[in-house]
Write a protein that binds this ligand. Structure first.
Ligand code: FEO
Length: 163
């Protein structure tokens, strides 16, 4: 059985994951309006991924005999100056989520809650990937700004190499 302290912390994290999903859906809508369907596609997938993150915590709480309790989700920002600014916010947001996951891990250690530590190890690795993805896209967008579009296109071509 999970402790009340850990349960409350995980419920807070469910809220953060759902808020992340809502933020990326808002970004999808922003790119949709700009007719940037590739960016919108990326954001829609990101939205789904965040829902899955929330559900991982949800299912875990149920399995441990805890009680899922859902809080309010604030309206996300809806407009950005350009795609670079949007992706800067993605990176900032993911860094905030990483810090939150790390705090949860510290709490699980303090509570000697080993099953939660195992679950969180997956999230710790996932956050490394989440931050890297956003940082990579920021760098690529900066190359476009610097008129290195050809390099970027070549990079995409090289990245498709199969063997
Ligand atoms: Fe669920 Fe993007 O962190």
């Amino acid at each position: 059985m999970i402790t009340k302290t850990m349960q409350e912390a995980i419920n807070n994290q469910i809220n953060k994951e759902m808020s992340s999903s809502y933020l990326y859906l808002s970004m999808a809508a922003y790119f949709e309006e700009k007719h940037l369907s590739g960016f919108a596609h990326w954001m829609r997938l990101q939205t789904n991924e965040e829902n899955q993150h929330a559900m991982k915590f949800y299912d875990f709480l149920v399995e441990r005999g805890g009680r899922v309790s859902l809080g309010a989700i604030a309206a996300p920002k809806g407009d950005w100056t350009n795609s670079l600014e949007a992706f800067h916010q993605v990176l900032e947001h993911e860094e905030m989520i990483s810090a939150s996951i790390n705090e949860l891990y510290e709490l699980a250690q303090k509570e000697k809650d080993y099953p939660t530590q195992i679950l969180l190890q997956w999230f710790i690795s996932e956050q490394v990937e989440e931050e890297k993805n956003a940082a990579d896209i920021i760098q690529q967008l900066k190359m476009i700004d610097a008129h290195d579009t050809a390099v970027l296109l070549l990079d995409k071509q090289l990245g498709k190499r199969g063997g």
